[in-house]
Design a protein around this ligand. Structure first.
Ligand code: NDP
Length: 297
């Protein structure tokens, strides 16, 4: 068997196009321009790349982008003051604080200072609780992107066995909650899971969110299963230089799976598309307008 490749890059482009259409309508019919504020503390190179591409894509869909770049030694009080200002600003519909923060700043405190209605990353404790209890919330972007691709590929996920490898607050746990919401039977695996290959072999859907290059191999995959590879790992090439690989070994998994997301070009592009989707959802909710269909759960 050779797996269908789930093209996250193409799918993300359709999501952004949909978002762009809604932005144009909001401007035309209501005179509202959705605004996304991104806060970056320090000069972590990977974070700078993410923030730059978030800003670029925000503008491309017609939204307003507000970037706040703060010095690495910014105090917690100053950061909280900025968040309070963004919370109160009616031009801003979404606020994202780029993680990781420098160690002297308490990430939980900072994230929980964001107005939950503007928390487009979906990390505020209120949104975590709402998602966990099946209520309307802001949904973390990466798991939302994975769910969108799964729904697009399968239609209904009801009754499927899903194994999520990884239990982080930003990927594994919200992903498991979303799959549960779509009536999957969900197993969350982690570093203490016994017989991980055996657990994964039961899965119709495998979500690999581990942070270990090419850990999941084809021998673990049930024939025909869908593999969603969240991992982004940079490894050395034997001939020099580096390349990006996922948490699943692509060739061996693709030989057995029914469908698979590549790395790069799978989950990654969907994450930013879902950030934009969340911003338009937040903007519609803030203005008492019907939220666009298919852009959130
Ligand atoms: P974390 O490091 O926060 O979590 C990793 C999880 O994997 C932990 O729950 C850990 O278990 C588990 N784990 C580690 N080793 C093993 C093992 N040998 N067997 C089974 N489970 C294991 O990572 P994140 O959730 O933040 O990210 C996961 C991956 O996804 C990374 O590669 C990251 O780069 C990528 N990522 C990609 C995004 C995208 O946009 N595509 C966005 C966010 C992340 P335990 O809890 O027991 O330690």
């Amino acid at each position: 068997m050779s797996a269908t490749v789930i093209d996250g890059k193409a799918f993300a482009a359709t999501v952004r196009q949909k978002v762009g259409g809604h932005v144009a309508r909001l401007k035309e019919e209501h005179g509202i321009t959705p605004g996304l504020a991104v806060v970056l503390v320090g000069e972590d190179p990977a974070s700078q790349v993410y923030v730059r591409s978030k800003g670029k894509m925000t503008l491309e869909v017609g939204m307003a982008s507000y970037e706040h770049k703060l010095e690495i030694d910014t105090s917690e009080a100053d950061l909280l003051a900025l968040i309070a200002q963004l919370n109160a600003d009616p031009k801003i519909h979404g606020i994202l604080v780029q993680l990781p923060l420098p160690p002297h700043l308490d990430s939980d405190l900072v994230i929980n200072a964001i107005d939950p209605a503007k928390d487009v990353d979906g990390f505020h404790i209120s949104n975590v609780g709402l998602l966990g209890t099946g209520q309307k919330s802001m949904v973390p972007c990466t798991p939302l992107g994975c769910l969108m691709m799964l729904r697009d590929h399968h239609g209904s996920l009801s009754g499927m066995n899903a194994v999520v490898i990884g239990r982080s607050n930003i990927v594994g746990k919200p992903m498991a909650n979303l799959l549960l919401g779509d009536s999957c039977t969900v197993t969350i695996a982690h570093s203490r899971t016994k017989d991980l290959p055996g657990v994964v072999r039961q899965a119709d859907i495998v979500i690999a969110a581990v942070g270990r290059p090419e850990m999941v191999i084809g021998d673990w995959i049930k024939p025909g299963a869908t593999v969603i590879d969240v991992g982004i790992n940079r490894i050395d090439k034997p001939e020099g230089g580096t390349r990006l690989v996922g948490d699943a070994e692509y060739a061996s998994c693709a030989a057995v799976a029914g469908a698979i997301t590549p790395v790069p070009g799978g989950v990654g592009p969907m994450t930013i598309a879902c950030l934009l989707a969340n911003t338009i959802t937040a903007c519609c909710r803030a203005n008492g307008l019907a939220e666009p269909e298919g852009l959130t759960v």
